[in-house]
Write a protein that binds this ligand. Sequence first.
Ligand code: MG
Length: 203
Amino acid sequence: MKIICIGRNYREHARELSNPVPEDPIFFFKPDTSILRRNRPFVYPDFSRDIHYETEIVVKVCRNGKNIGASQAGTYYESIGVGIDFTARDLQQKAKEKGLPWALAKGFDQAAALSPFLPKAILPRVNDLNFHLDLNGNTVQRGCTADMIFSIDELISYLSKFMTLRKGDLLFTGTPAGIGPVRKGDLLEAFIEDRRMLWCEVK
Ligand code: MG
């Protein structure tokens, strides 16, 4: 199983990190050991002083595929969740400056907090889905999949030209604006529409 993540898929977020809006999707990976299930605390790692939350819609691939057309992409995922792409921003910044990969900044243990998945049949339109993150009870990030630069179907189609997608693969689809640091004692709660899907305490 692989965890595929998209960078800069919302214009406002690209702007807040002073990054250009990409012409093609930007991908990176997290290992399966980075998964943090809901309710489990996130333990602040000692190798970073600047861990950020990035709240993202996550889709789970439901069958194997390669060279998937955009019009067929919707048949390759049946369930949707929300996740937090925890990022060691200080390590990522160092890597960026040297043109090096983000593997450690994005792939450490617990860096992929994950909610349970909902069948997309019970959700409103997948391409117009609202989600948000509350930090200690205050909403700090709001996103809507309608604002993605590359839609979920476009991401699946593009990616599958390069690599085979397998049943069980997860796709983190990018974060909207409003990212920020976490501190020990924080409570993070992620919602799809008004449904609380994921929560975790920072320890
Ligand atoms: Mg992200």
